[in-house]
Design a binder for this molecule. Structure first.
Ligand code: SAH
Length: 355
């Protein structure tokens, strides 16, 4: 049975489904899910992420985390964790860049949170020799200082969408008509989680709610608040997202999210304010949102690119120049992508995320 047929049957049985339920089916269905069945990354895949563009991204983040570890008294055991590590490229770059930081590798326990068995197998290969351990739930993160990265993880979590109607909301739902998946709206209802959004929206406005992100960020902030550490969360989005950002991408092109369930990547922009609020509620501090371009410049990406450039010529040199531009330029990833830093209240933010 195809995933589309499965979805149509589910809708026939249970009625229209939320965007979040649709996303979960499309991404994580055990036999047809997008992430469960493939490696979507890279030039031949559907999308390219910062660590896949250049090793500089992971190297600079690695050195920032190591600096933060030293600033916090270099605890002799800590967890070096990543959420949604993709091919393991970012963690590999972090580990390579920090290999010469005295004591860092000996103290680090590498822990990965990954839903896809396909990507887990690739991560195991990429990170051979570092003995990573996979956890099935973020709640399984050990009670220890935590240094964590997440790049393009939160955008992959399912969102629900709501359209304002008076002082209530109508949920955007996916139903079916003549064997096709179609959009519709549920009945008007109050939504406790959207109470604050009545202040900055008007009738007809659409907002998104990523409920799955909150328990995850709460655990992470709890570990960092209690045991120390730092978190670097990179994603596209803004402090307060508004409007429909639910999107599908296949072979580097945007497509209709309902057209090819399970065959296109589905994401939504990250709404950073709820993450930041949950961070504080869990006893941890957070940095102001910094754009990826500014973050990488502060960490010295231009000097790093210049140093690498002296060893290269021809197409490799041009590739490096293009990668630097792609990661930092405001018209490329520099502005769209944001970085949120987590750190224990009395400490300073991780390097690159100072106010
Ligand atoms: N961080 C990587 C990959 C980003 S793609 C990079 O920058 O290249 C999103 C990653 O999150 C993939 O590894 C995907 O399998 C994982 N992922 C998506 N939803 C998840 C979930 N609910 N739980 C755990 N991992 C998830």
């Amino acid at each position: 049975m195809t995933l589309k047929k499965h979805l149509l049957e589910r809708i026939a049985q249970d009625g229209p489904m939320s965007v979040a339920d649709y996303t979960t089916e499309c991404m994580l269905h055990p036999t047809h899910g997008y992430y469960t069945t493939r490696d979507p990354l890279g030039v031949k895949g559907d999308f390219v992420t910062a660590p896949e563009i250049s090793q500089m991204f992971g190297e600079l983040i690695g050195l920032a985390l190591a600096q933060s570890w030293q600033d916090q008294g270099h605890p002799e055991h800590f967890v070096l964790a990543e959420l949604g590590p993709g091919r393991g490229t970012l963690m590999a770059d972090i580990l390579r860049a920090t290999a010469r930081v005295p004591g860092f590798h000996d103290a680090a326990e590498v822990v990965l949170f990954e839903a896809s068995p396909t990507l887990r197998a690739i991560q195991a290969k990429t990170l051979k020799g570092h003995e990573p351990r996979w956890i099935g739930s973020v709640a399984d993160l050990p009670e220890a200082p935590l240094y964590l990265v997440a790049n393009e993880f939160f955008d992959a979590l399912p969102v629900r969408q709501f359209v304002r109607d008076g002082n209530g909301w109508r949920e955007r739902l996916i139903g079916s008509e003549d064997g096709a998946l179609t959009w519709g709206l549920g009945p008007q209802a109050e939504q406790v989680a959207l109470k604050d959004r009545l202040n900055d929206t008007k009738d007809g406005d659409l907002v998104e709610l990523c409920a799955a992100a909150i328990p995850i960020i709460t655990v992470i902030a709890g570990r960092i608040g209690t045991h120390g550490g730092a978190g670097v969360i990179v994603d596209y989005g803004d402090w307060h997202s508004q409007g429909d950002t639910f999107q599908a991408v296949q072979a580097h092109e945007h497509c209709d999210p309902l057209a090819m369930p399970g065959k296109a990547d589905l994401t939504a922009h990250v709404d950073f304010e709820p993450l930041a609020l949950a961070t504080r509620a869990a006893g941890c501090a957070h940095s102001r949102l910094t754009s990826q371009g500014v973050f990488l410049e502060r960490l010295g990406i231009t000097a790093r690119a210049q140093a690498l450039a002296t060893q290269l010529d021809g197409p490799k040199h041009d590739e490096l120049v293009a990668a630097h531009r792609r990661l930092t330029h405001p018209e490329e990833m520099g502005n769209l992508f944001k970085v949120l830093g987590l750190y224990p209240s009395p400490s300073s933010p991780p390097p690159g995320l100072e106010p």
